[in-house]
Ligand binder design. Structure first.
Ligand SMILES: Cc1ncc(COP(=O)(O)O)c(C=O)c1O
Length: 392
């Protein structure tokens, strides 16, 4: 540590230099991230309220009320009534909270198990590890959709929870949430839907007349939902969301914090101190964009998704892993060539995309910062690489 502090100008200069190697959303080469540039007004408001701490809600009563208001509003967007919940650090924490609730609600099960689709995000493996839960992974069909029969065969007397995904990490697919619900009818099993990515796109896609199967609280058996503002919500990092149908579960399973200003309140969080600024910023995003603002953003993402889909269909050597349902495009090879070679070459040319070796695919996420020209350049480079590798 320096003995004497430096002048601001000097610090900023050093910082600029040190952060030069970071990619920026504006550069056009980030095609594999589920995060994006937050809405400008959200950044402004976040800076203003950066010191708000929702880990101590008794000190920030207004912010705590704002969070409740926001949760109710989002709950309604997800077609629930009087939904409770909380903002988290992201989808991983929200999924961890859900898995913990599933376990806590079934103290009668000595060796708890949770059934998830094979496509479930890694956060479920982490949560299972932390909570001592056995994760049972249901197979996918060749078209990457969930094998519901296999899912059903994994449910047994030790099952405390099941999970469906509304917008899978690799391909953006939506699991058959209603069908999963039917499998657990009358079984006292907690049903969590991971819509970390899908949550802030599916309600708008439906309005735009895309086929969106029921995935939210309109499905009676769905107990909780993860949906992240810092993905398609254009929120500030870190902001995830956990939404819960039955408020009594907070009393039954919440952690009690006795020593803070607000007195004995219960919460679900893994963390203690947590940002109020990100919550206020998301409140501002909803007020600023409104439903129609989101519609426009989603429409633009889907137009660009269609453009990329068409381009991939034209290029020899690669094909779509599946027809995109949302703004995620999975690209695989036509002749089962290893996708890693292509991914490696793309990275050499600064294309930052996702790679899923299990499925032999690369993933492009068409976020709001992704423009058609970026996709044009990307597919031009992809064609050149396929020629170089003699794959086309
Ligand atoms: C479906 C899904 N769930 C959960 C997560 C984890 O979210 P986070 O990175 O915010 O913890 C992701 C991240 O990509 C995801 O795609």
């Amino acid at each position: 540590m320096l003995k004497e502090g430096l002048e601001k100008q000097e610090i900023l200069k050093i910082l600029d230099e040190k952060l030069k190697s970071d990619y920026s959303y504006k550069s056009g080469s980030i095609l594999g991230s589920m995060c994006t540039e937050p809405l400008a007004i959200a950044v402004e408001v976040y800076m203003k309220y950066v010191a708000k701490n929702l880990g101590d809600p008794g000190l920030f009563l207004g912010t705590a009320d704002l969070e409740k208001e926001l949760v109710t509003e989002i709950g309604e967007l997800f077609r629930g009534k009087k939904i409770i919940g909380t903002f988290t650090t992201g989808g991983s924490e929200a999924n961890l909270i859900a898995m913990r609730i599933a376990k806590k609600l079934r103290p009668d099960i000595a060796y708890p198990e949770v059934v998830v689709p094979y496509s479930a995000h890694l956060s479920f493996d982490k949560a299972a590890d932390l909570l001592g839960i056995k994760l049972r992974k249901a197979k996918l069909h060749d078209n990457f959709e969930l094998d519901l029969d296999h899912f059903n065969s994994l449910i047994n007397n030790n099952t405390c929870g099941v999970v469906g995904i509304a917008g899978t990490t690799s391909l953006g697919l939506i699991d058959p949430i209603e069908d999963i619900g039917k499998l657990i009818e009358g079984k006292n099993i907690f049903f969590h839907v991971d819509a970390a990515f899908g949550g802030f796109i599916l309600p708008f896609l439906k309005e735009l007349n895309y086929p969106v199967p029921a995935w939210d609280f309109s499905v009676n058996s769905v107990d909780s939902i993860t949906a992240d503002p810092h993905k398609m919500g254009l929120g500030i990092i870190p902001s995830g969301g956990f939404f819960l149908r039955d408020p009594s579960i907070l009393q039954k399973t919440g952690f009690e914090i006795p020593y803070l200003a607000g007195g004995n309140f219960k919460h679900f969080h893994i963390v203690g101190t947590r940002s109020g600024g990100t919550v206020i910023a998301f409140w501002v995003i909803l007020k600023s964009l409104g439903f129609n603002g989101f519609l426009e953003i989603v429409k633009n993402c889907m137009d660009n998704t269609r453009y990329l889909t068409q381009r991939i269909n034209e290029i020899k050597g690669v094909k779509l892993a599946t027809n995109p349902t949302i703004n995620i495009v999975g690209i695989t090879t036509e002749n089962k060539e290893n996708i890693c070679k292509i991914d490696e070459e793309l990275r050499k040319r600064n294309w930052m995309i996702g790679k899923f070796e299990d499925f032999n695919l690369i993933r492009v996420v068409i976020m709001p910062h992704v423009q058609k020209t970026h996709l044009q350049n990307f597919t031009d480079d992809l064609e050149k690489i396929l020629k170089k590798l003699k794959i086309s």
